[in-house]
Design a protein around this ligand. Structure first.
Ligand code: GLC
Length: 746
């Protein structure tokens, strides 16, 4: 008994010692503390808080390049980008505090996009789970790791609505839908920031890229955006607003212009909407040299012009551009920027430093002991597997070829079958690309053990025209019962500055599939990619297709567990798969037009909004995804035929598991506003729920719709719902055909 008491006492002592080590000294409340600090600061010192430099660091920690250290020693830096590592950040912070007259700590930022050391599926993959809890869990684990490694601030979530898979950054977001994007953004902010930013395991989130970056013309990264304010507000801004309501503390401006004004200096976006209408009290950082780029945009005549335009428009911090450092004091002296806007920017930056507890303990995030205990924690690795299993989308499964049987002879082929490098995708922070991630081959071995009757051959490379490996792969495939082809893109064919005009499987991969097809054996295609691909031929010729995106550190385990039925795929597409590039932009929440084409049964086949060479329908629609089991929807009911503006409409539906496997279905609710003062989309996602059903089980699912859910920017640009007729659709994709109608009445 006594020993136990001593043990408990020791545990309490060590825990309190641990917390005391990071226990902050008490300082005054934020408003008072920041006001007193600013009262002591010179104009120069206030301007230097708005300056961010990169550590020239790689993601494994900063190389100590001299320029940013020199500037820190001159007291000219408020934040550092890309410095990671408890030891490295502690050293940089020490240098800063020794140079800082007023001991103002540096803010360390890094792109922790889908994991820090333990890498989760890319965001488009996590969005496929339609599971905000998984998104929040991934962000929470990432914050635990990053905050133990000196990182105070992540440049995530990226909530750019994306309707064009040529655009390489579709991989970083949650696809084409505003409602899904809202849920994704909220979950991410909650995961990263938690409920108390002063805790040492919570970090600042940063909603980006503000705004409409994903609408770049022709899907070419950084390209021009031109859209009506109505489309901007109805389709692109809701996820941004949702994160403000969720308490996000920072935003990042986007590189693009919108209708002639670069976001980096858009008063409309940053002062009128973000800080005005939405009452955002956090801080806005530019994207990387975004201020400098206004000269190329033709919006600023020189760096000083660019700097004063940006600051006056509400941009608080200059990422890496050195323009605020070099020109703001001159602009201030010349009366081009006021002390009020300088004070506003500086205060917003000091406020978030205060929120993080950095004034109380500037080193609290740079704790080597905690870092060692936290990175790649088994729990995080298990979470990464669980989230990956929920992110795989089954696109085709002819004759239920999947799941595979463990005693089958299986030929695994393809350029990504043994890959441990690409599998964690782009923007993978300090994720290990040298063997730590689980390849498909390793995942299969973990399921089958070494005795399996399996072969593994690359056959072709991702992009090269080399054919020398093909013959050996085909020879092995000849002896197999089933072929599994693991194919896709290089990880850096998506992410920043990697747009493609041709989104087929690259290289000779399709040719190799054609050779394999000649063997007359069933072929399962597993895709590892960061965007929808044009896979029409593959859909015709493969027996099964599993869209795995970039599934992360445990990706090979998730793929293998899914192929062999230990995991029943449940994910749905967060973005439309086009039949070909010519259909782009193609998305489910489109307008009807005056001549809607009703498909092959349309009595009018000529004068309709259609193509003469390809059907209007996508290859796979938004919200689509199969399971190893089947689900049947029935009994769609609404609580009343009419609903008032201050009432809620209940929508209920029965969902039954009618197949042979336990599974989970993402039940989706869509609404159509039939007539408006402006035209309305043919469908809009307004609810979804993951419903687990054992085989044979049936459940009733209920959604609620209020008039708030039906709001849009009307002909007078007022955000309101309008009385009139509506339809609701419920089902397992945006093609859901179970329908009811109701009327919204004053
Ligand atoms: C990049 C990206 C942005 C990222 C930032 C910092 O250019 O556009 O998403 O957060 O720079 O790395």
């Amino acid at each position: 008994m006594k020993a136990t008491k001593i043990t408990i006492a020791l545990l309490i002592l060590s825990a309190s010692a641990y917390s005391q080590k990071s226990a902050p000294k008490k300082i005054k409340p934020k408003a008072e503390f920041v006001a007193e600090l600013m009262a002591k600061m010179t104009v120069d010192e206030k301007i230097y808080q708005t300056v961010q430099f990169t550590s020239d660091g790689t993601v494994t920690g900063p190389k100590t390049g001299d320029n940013y250290i020199t500037r820190i020693k001159q007291g000219k830096v408020g934040s550092i980008l890309n410095a990671t590592g408890a030891k490295a950040t502690r050293e940089v912070q020490r240098i800063n505090l020794e140079s800082s007259r007023l001991k103002i700590p540096l803010l360390f930022g890094h792109d922790v996009i889908h994991g820090f050391k333990t890498i989760f599926p890319i965001n488009l993959g996590m969005a496929s789970s339609f599971d905000p809890k998984s998104v929040e869990l991934a962000a929470r684990d990432a914050a635990e790791e990053a905050s133990s490694s000196g990182v105070h601030w992540t440049f995530a979530p990226m909530v750019d609505i994306a309707r064009d898979p040529r655009w390489s950054r579709v991989s970083e977001g949650s696809g084409e839908d505003p409602y899904l994007g809202m849920q994704y953004g909220i979950a991410s902010v909650h995961g990263f920031q938690g409920t108390d930013l002063s805790k040492y395991n919570t970090i600042l989130a940063c909603t980006k890229h503000f705004a409409a970056y994903g609408a770049a013309e022709a899907g070419r990264d950084y390209n021009t955006v031109d859209m009506s304010e109505r489309v901007l507000r109805d389709m692109y801004l809701p996820p941004f607003k949702a994160t403000v309501d969720a308490g996000v503390k920072t935003f990042m401006a986007s590189f693009n212009e919108i209708s002639g004004v670069p976001s980096t200096a858009s008063k409309f976006l940053m002062r009128d909407i973000l800080k005005g209408e939405w009452k955002f009290d956090g801080m806005v950082v530019s994207d990387y040299t975004g201020i400098n780029e206004m000269i190329a945009h033709g919006f600023a005549k020189d760096e000083q012009d660019a700097g004063q335009l940006a600051l006056n428009a509400g941009l608080d911090m200059d990422m890496v551009g050195a323009i605020y450092m070099n020109t703001l004091k001159k602009s201030y002296d010349e009366g081009k920027v006021s002390i009020a806007v300088i004070n506003d920017a500086c205060k917003r930056i000091l406020d978030v430093k205060y929120d993080l507890g950095l004034f109380e303990d500037p080193y609290r995030y740079s704790d080597e002991k905690r870092e060692k205990e936290t990175l790649n924690k088994p729990q995080f690795l298990n979470d990464a597997l669980d989230v990956a299993n929920k992110s795989l989308v089954l696109l085709k499964n002819k004759n239920n070829i999947l799941p595979l049987k463990k005693d089958q002879k299986i030929a695994f082929v393809g350029p990504l079958v043994i890959d441990e490098f690409h599998i964690i995708g782009s923007w993978a922070a300090i994720g290990d690309r040298n063997g730590f991630a689980v390849s498909v081959k390793e995942g299969v071995a973990n399921v089958l053990g070494a005795s399996a009757k399996t072969t593994f051959d690359q056959g072709v490379e991702i992009e090269s025209t080399k054919r020398d490996l093909m013959a050996a792969a085909i020879a092995n495939a000849k002896n197999a019962d089933v072929i599994v082809a693991v194919m896709g893109e290089r990880e850096n064919m998506t992410g920043e500055a990697a747009s493609r005009t041709n989104i087929d499987l690259p290289g000779l991969q399709k040719e190799f599939l054609g050779e394999l097809k000649k063997l007359g054996k069933p072929i399962v295609l597993v895709l590892l990619n960061g965007r929808p691909l044009t896979i029409g031929w593959e859909n015709e010729n493969m027996d099964a297709i599993l869209e795995a995106w970039w599934p992360g550190t445990r990706g090979g385990d998730a793929i293998a567990q899914t192929l062999f039925g230990m995991n029943n795929p449940s994910a749905k597409l967060p973005i439309t798969f086009p039949r070909n590039v010519g259909q782009i932009p193609i998305y489910y929440n489109h307008k009807n037009t005056g001549r809607p084409y009703l498909g092959p049964t349309d009595p009018e086949q000529k004068y309709k909004s259609k193509y003469i060479d390809v059907d209007n329908s996508p290859l796979f629609p938004f919200g689509y995804g199969l399971s190893y089991t089947t689900f049947a929807y029935s009994n769609l009911k609404i609580s009343a035929p009419q609903v008032k503006f201050n009432e809620k409409l209940k929508v209920t539906v029965d969902v039954a598991n009618t197949g042979n496997y336990d599974g989970t279905e993402v039940v989706q609710l869509y609404v159509r506003d039939l007539v408006g003062s402006v035209t309305r989309p043919v469908r809009e996602l307004k609810g979804f729920e993951r419903v687990a059903l054992k085989k044979g089980e049936k459940k009733s699912v209920t959604f609620e719709i209020s008039s708030d859910d039906l709001k849009f920017y009307n002909i007078d640009m007022i955000n309101t719902a309008e009385a009139g007729d509506f339809e609701v659709f419920v089902g397992g994709s945006s093609d859901a055909d179970l329908k009811q109608s109701f009327e919204l009445v004053k």
